[in-house]
Design a protein around this ligand. Structure first.
Ligand code: NAP
Length: 484
């Protein structure tokens, strides 16, 4: 059952930083795939802008190469690629200078949806916003898309919000968190709010705890210097994991519309207790076999930046009081696996006696690999020999349930860029949400900095420092195994 693709209205889209890493790996391939799917058609202009000197023909070669490398199977079909490439043009432009702006303004058409993707360093956001305004491109209908990181603390995030607000209304600003564009993350909302089954149980009366894991098996690689300035807390927890926590914890919004959803997420962030020092574990990976030590991969040989973090978060409201959220993320862990596990409480009384053991329902939302949702239920072990219980998964791996065609999910960027064109902000972070998230993480980071805290070493390929295991053990719980 192939889903119906509705083309978006014609638009002009400028990618500032159109020759950069993100544009080549994600943005252009995403646009290409939406074109192949039939969602982008007609008179559309896709414009790359950066300082590098080249003409549109040279730029088309750059994008073509990127699509062949990152665009998947469809890019092998020459006809698709050459039709797409015709939509592209390039303007040599400096965000900080005047060169190129008049030329760009001439390319933009007044009767089109106009979108501007800021795929450049955040330090240039203000310059871009100012010049878009100065050259008459920041009208009421234009939209801007900004990438992570959105600040490195509350103060810098506020500054960025202020700079953008000078020329754009909040309704025109699309702050990307690509986790929100993941199919399974959206499915989490469908599961919660589209079924009557889960919502009555979705509270501290029935849920023992929640685990959110985003484990990577790779290290910082060539991004060491960027990563070292940020660390797991800023790079993963403040944004992606916070968003996942919000979607699990939020109250049902009245409607699936941008402000209704974002209001509810904001309430969750504001209900988070400050995290106690004893409830956070930071780690940094050490060498193992041919895998290098973190400190040899970054500029500072004494770096105290964490490549791993585990913490216990408490949402202090009626729904969640007493149900902790355990978050863990890190690099160079045993496997690459991301999941949310909602662990329900034991049945209040076991009619099968102590020998039947302890069995729990667990709803697992797998983000990668093998996106899908699994509900663990307890059944009788088949065969004679009494009433022995086992846990089995009611599995909904989407590829099996939907067939390969529909389970070939669009990449998060495909969904999000099309939402920008459609003018739908539901899956983008609002300015106040981002600020509230920094307000929660800032004191934790400030504590580390004040105490000059050293992260705990962990062996590459392990599950992180032992202290992270203790974080749950002391509560009588344990982490789920990290497995792909
Ligand atoms: P990048 O590879 O360094 O590319 C930067 C782009 O900006 C290049 O096209 C560069 O071209 C252009 N640029 C630099 N200075 C400019 C100026 N003054 N005026 C106009 N264009 C300028 O960076 P990136 O990795 O693509 O990252 C772009 C943004 O996405 C950053 O905010 C980053 O944090 C975010 N992000 C990246 C990733 C990723 O995987 N790469 C993931 C998440 C978020 P010229 O040098 O020719 O001007």
């Amino acid at each position: 059952m192939a889903s119906r693709v509705i083309p978006v209205e014609p638009f002009d889209l400028v990618i500032f930083g159109g020759t950069g890493d993100l544009a080549r790996r994600k943005i252009w391939p995403a646009l290409f795939r939406r074109f192949v799917a039939g969602q982008i058609e007609g008179d559309v202009r896709l414009i790359g802008a950066a300082r590098g000197e080249m003409d549109s023909a040279g730029f088309r070669d750059v994008v073509q190469e990127a699509i062949v490398e990152f665009g998947g199977e469809e890019s092998r079909r020459k006809a698709n690629l050459s039709a797409f490439i015709k939509m592209l043009s390039y303007v040599t432009l400096d965000a900080r200078g005047e060169a190129g702006w008049v030329e760009l303004a001439k390319l933009m058409r007044p009767d089109r949806i106009r979108a501007f993707y800021f795929s450049v360093a955040p330090s240039l956001f203000g310059d871009l916003a100012k010049r878009l305004h100065k050259h008459g491109m920041a009208d009421d209908t234009s939209r801007i898309v900004v990438e992570k990181p959105f600040g490195r603390d509350l103060e810098s995030a506020r500054d960025l919000n202020r700079v953008l607000a000078r020329h754009f209304d909040e309704s025109q600003i699309y702050r990307i968190d690509h986790y929100l564009g993941k199919e399974t993350v959206q499915n989490l909302m469908a599961i919660r709010f589209g079924n009557v089954l889960f919502e009555p149980l979705w509270n501290s009366q029935y849920v023992d705890h929640i685990q959110i894991t985003v484990a990577e098996s790779v290290g910082v690689g060539g991004r060491g210097d960027y990563y070292d300035k940020s660390g797991a807390m800023r790079d993963m927890v403040q944004n992606h994991m916070m968003q996942l926590l919000c979607l699990i914890a939020m109250e049902p919004p009245a409607k699936f519309d941008p402000d209704a959803v974002r209001d509810e997420k904001l309430k969750v962030i504001r209900a988070l207790d400050p995290v106690r020092g004893a409830d956070v574990v930071r780690g940094q990976y050490e060498a193992q076999g041919d895998k290098a030590d973190y400190r040899t991969q970054v500029e500072d040989p004494d770096s105290t930046t964490e490549s791993f973090i585990a913490l216990k978060a408490l949402v202090s409201n009626w729904r969640w009081a007493g149900t902790p959220f355990y978050l863990r993320t890190g690099k160079r862990l045993r496997d690459r696996a991301s999941e949310i596990a909602v662990v329900f409480k034991d049945a209040p009384h076991s009619i099968f006696g102590a020998d039947a053991g302890r069995h729990r329902n667990i709803l697992t939302i797998r983000l990668q690999p093998n996106e899908g949702i699994e509900l663990g239920v307890t059944i009788k072990e088949p065969g004679p020999g009494g009433m022995r219980l086992i846990d089995v998964p009611l599995d909904m791996t989407f590829a099996e349930a939907l067939g390969p065609e529909d389970a070939d999910f669009p990449d998060a960027y495909e969904r999000l860029i099309m939402d920008v064109i459609r003018g739908n902000q539901t899956l983008f972070m609002r300015g106040d949400e981002v600020e509230a998230a920094w307000a929660w993480t800032d004191p934790i980071i400030a504590d580390w900095e004040a105490g000059a805290s050293e992260p705990l070493p962990y062996i590459s390929g392990s599950s992180g420092p032992d202290e992270a295991l203790m974080l749950m053990h002391r509560d009588g719980r344990r982490w789920r195994e990290i497995k792909p």
